[in-house]
Design a protein around this ligand. Structure first.
Ligand SMILES: [Zn+2]
Length: 389
């Protein structure tokens, strides 16, 4: 693969404090050299080494590609009517997931993969170069395993979420469903996943059930992440910290003890403002988490029920406008924060050696992601060294 010099970048976010100013490691009048799938060099345009090919950024800003560490893209159907009803004043309940389960079970493998590919392309156009995605709309051994197999053809960050809700087939016997998830279903799914996740919430799984499921997953080599404290206070965050989950996701309703636990752990608080936007719910308090010293990530939670956006720039804008984050903090959370939530060191930054994932913005600075909400600012994307947009 030839080397590529991207030069004349007005503001470059490296996310490495040793390379530039502040937490984002900002460099002005910068250049980046990509060699194969990796970043080979970062510095001032004036000092840039020669490369086989050159790309003039013409004064645009550049950021590491977004790391979307939480999505649900293995689904069929949509829930326009549910969204419409909710906007007319009816509250969101976890039970709405059943609609998607029925549509997903009825879909062919080809339809499921075509849907996934479509939303991945949509996310890529908006600068997402790493994404995690989950099963959770099959809820049978066969349907969960096939979702993971399809996902695995597109990303390494695959999460087994058989414990999304209790399968409608087990409505009268949730304990038997937990047995299935921790037994035959886990056996079939573990080879196709890196992570195990549980929706620990009233109406889904309680703390004891969630612990049983996550512990069983760990024994099979899967690492935990938890849907925690989205709809109300609960044991999810504490359980995530107790089990050294990579991330506690949502974190909307937190006690002081929850915030403290996150701040003194390696568990990232992943905030998903698309969900609060789409359900007109209370915003998570990012400021409180950051001030306490917790690591915060931002992700889309892209799913057809409660957050049907694939846009990381949209989440950045919401986090700045409504969750008390500065533009710098939100951009860090959407890149380096997402990488931390996936325990990845090769993405989310642009140090030499990083995976060559970079987005150019039609703007002089990354702050425009929040300053110009809803505007398609991402104008070029490289993923693993290849120009993808
Ligand atoms: Zn989710």
């Amino acid at each position: 693969m030839p080397t590529t010099l991207i030069h004349n970048i007005t503001t470059l976010v490296t996310n490495d404090q040793s390379l530039g100013k502040g937490a984002l490691g900002l460099l002005q009048d910068a250049a980046v050299v990509l060699d194969g799938t990796r970043v080979a060099w970062v510095g001032p345009t004036a000092d840039a080494p020669a490369a086989d090919e050159a790309y003039d950024a013409e004064g645009r800003a550049a950021i590491p590609g977004f790391v979307d560490s939480h999505s649900h893209l293995l689904f069929a159907g949509d829930r326009t009517q549910e969204f419409n009803a909710r906007m007319e004043g009816r509250p969101y309940e976890a039970g709405g997931i059943r609609t998607t389960v029925a549509a997903t079970r009825a879909a062919t493998d080809e339809a499921l993969e075509a849907n996934l590919t479509r939303y991945l392309a949509e996310a890529l156009r908006q600068g997402t170069t790493t994404f995690e995605t989950k099963s959770g709309y099959g809820l049978t051994t066969e349907d969960e395993a096939r979702a993971l197999r399809v996902a695995g053809r597109h990303t390494d960050e695959v999460t087994f979420l058989g414990a999304h809700i209790v399968s409608p087939d087990y409505a009268d016997d949730p304990a038997a469903y937990v047995d299935l998830v921790t037994g035959e279903m886990l056996e079939a799914c573990a080879p196709h996943a890196r992570w195990i996740d549980v929706f620990c919430e009233k109406g889904a799984f309680d703390g004891d059930q969630a612990r049983t499921i996550l512990t069983a997953g760990k024994a099979k080599g899967l690492h935990p992440r938890v849907h925690a404290n989205q709809l109300g206070h609960g044991p999810g965050v504490q359980l995530a910290v107790e089990l050294d989950a990579a991330s506690a996701d949502h974190c909307t309703h937190l006690t002081d003890a929850d915030v403290d636990a996150l701040a003194h752990s390696e568990t990232v608080a992943t905030l998903l403002p698309g969900a609060e936007f789409s359900t007109r719910a209370q915003w998570p308090d990012a400021r409180r988490l950051l001030d306490a010293g917790a690591t915060v990530a931002l992700s889309t939670d892209c799913n057809p029920g409660s957050s049907f956006t694939s846009s990381m720039p949209f989440c950045v804008a919401l986090a700045v406008r409504d969750m008390g984050m500065t533009p710098d903090e939100a951009v860090w959370a959407a890149t380096a924060g997402g990488a931390a939530a996936l325990r990845r060191t090769d993405v989310g930054h642009l140090r030499p050696g990083a995976r060559a994932d970079l987005a150019l913005l039609d703007a002089p600075s990354h702050v425009h992601l929040a300053y110009r909400p809803g505007v398609p600012l991402v104008s070029a994307v490289w993923r693993e060294g290849t120009r993808a947009v």
